[in-house]
Ligand binder design. Structure first.
Ligand SMILES: C[S@@+](CC[C@H](N)C(=O)[O-])C[C@H]1O[C@@H](n2cnc3c(N)ncnc32)[C@H](O)[C@@H]1O
Length: 242
């Protein structure tokens, strides 16, 4: 089929936009992060020296450094599969300074939990949750737990887990094993969102499917800006299997 001038121009524009995005995304992210912090009177910036993190865990070297997600990440991830916050506990595994927790607070989750193994980052997240201004809080129950994710006790309620590339696959497997075991003991809806984790999605997918006896479903995959989002579901019962 012949390509029209309009199509050529559109493709060219898209390519220019992508190159611009890739080149300047770091600066755009940093700039909007600074404005966000100033506006909401919080501290969510990255780039913290490892010696300041106060991590006691033996898994310290298997963790990925704190890097905040854009504010819209959670809302866009939920929108991707038309998932509503009502009736769910939201858990951010590796919550850092709590940027994603802040974005969860404007949604009507039953409760919100952040798990973080750096006691320095945990303290900052607690401060941010307490002091953030100019947001409409729709979930008042927010808790930040200082713990290695592998030791985190999975709550027995419907949960949406959020993983923003927190650690290497070997740690991921231990945490996912805990989640699937808890699900098999007490089946209830569990969603797992993996952001910026594309390189280990095949391993995650295979592991979840095998451990859950084929019950885990990939519900959505997309790009949010330059980063990937993949969402898996462990459905409450067979009727949820499509
Ligand atoms: C990429 S950041 C995630 C940022 C965060 N979700 C946000 O608000 O945007 C990864 C975080 O996981 C934490 N982390 C790494 N390994 C961990 C582990 N084993 N247990 C708990 N937290 C961990 C790091 O300290 C870091 O804060």
């Amino acid at each position: 089929m012949a390509t029209t001038d309009a199509e050529t121009a559109t493709t060219l524009l898209r390519n220019i936009k992508n190159v611009f995005r890739a080149r300047f995304s770091w600066w755009i992210k940093r700039g909007s992060g600074i404005i966000f912090d100033w506006l909401h009177r919080v501290d969510t910036g990255g780039g913290i020296a490892v010696r300041d993190l106060e991590i006691a865990s033996a898994n310290r070297d298997k963790g990925i450094a704190y890097d905040p997600c854009p504010w819209s990440t959670l809302r866009e991830s939920l929108g991707l599969i038309a998932l509503r916050a009502e009736g769910f506990t939201f858990v951010d595994i590796g919550c850092g300074k709590g940027k994603v927790l802040l974005s969860a607070m404007v949604l009507p989750f039953s409760r919100i939990v952040g798990v973080e193994f750096s006691s320095y980052l945990t303290k900052v997240a607690e401060r941010n949750v307490a002091s953030v201004r100019l947001i409409t809080r729709r979930c008042p129950h927010v808790q930040v737990i200082c713990s290695d994710a592998v030791q985190y006790q999975i709550p027995e309620e419907p949960i949406i887990f959020f993983f923003a590339n927190p650690f290497r696959y070997e740690i991921m497997e231990v945490v996912l094993d805990n989640i699937v075991r808890s699900y098999l003991k007490k089946p209830r809806p569990i969603f797992m969102m993996f952001y910026a984790t594309s390189s280990i999605i095949p391993q995650i997918s295979e592991f979840l499917s095998r451990k859950s006896g084929g019950r885990a479903l990939l519900r959505g995959s997309s790009l949010l800006g330059l980063r990937s989002i993949n969402i898996f579901e462990l459905p409450q019962d067979q009727e949820h299997l499509h």
